[in-house]
Design a protein. Structure first.
Length: 166
């Protein structure tokens, strides 16, 4: 059976080796892109090499934690973070107002308390079907645009597909 991968942003056990110049400390580190890489640092003593390696891992782990999407995070938290990012961009005020309206009226009330891991394509499909029935196809298209902007799972494009020229 294969060994399970390291968690994102974690390192394996530290190994130290004596070298002609002093000591070398090595470990593997799984970066936030999912790739496991070897990290090593040198020092005149074993303790200094290990400290240098610990600092390198600490510095490597620095990233924008606000941008990280975790499976346990609630949809409302993800939605608010997404809207802050979109608001800082170059979207027109009317587009931002429409996105905010759809977040506040259709997405957060219906999906906001779900965990991100619970937001499956089937859940999104049922929600879009309900929005279409209650508010119309145009509202469902906007809701779908907002949801796809979050990077959430995409659903089939059978229903709620914008018509040519719409």
């Amino acid at each position: 059976m294969a060994r399970p991968p390291l968690g994102l942003g974690t390192s394996g056990s530290v190994r130290t080796y004596r070298t002609p110049a002093g000591w070398r400390a090595r470990t593997t580190y799984r970066d936030y892109d999912g790739v496991t890489r070897e990290v090593q640092r040198h020092g005149p003593t074993k303790a200094k090499a290990e400290r240098a390696l610990a600092e390198a891992i600490r510095d490597r782990a620095r990233y924008d934690g606000g941008a990280e999407i975790k499976a346990d995070m609630r949809v409302v938290t993800l939605a608010e973070a997404w809207f802050r990012d979109v608001s800082a961009g170059d979207r027109s005020p009317s587009t931002l107002a429409q996105y905010r309206y759809r977040l506040d009226r259709q997405i957060i009330p219906a999906l906001g308390e779900l965990r991100v891991r619970e937001l499956t394509p089937g859940t999104i499909d049922r929600h879009l079907t309900a929005v279409t029935a209650k508010h119309g196809a145009a509202a469902a298209r906007t809701v779908r645009s907002v949801l796809s902007g979050h990077g959430w799972p995409r659903r089939s494009q059978r229903r709620h597909r914008p018509q040519p020229g719409a």
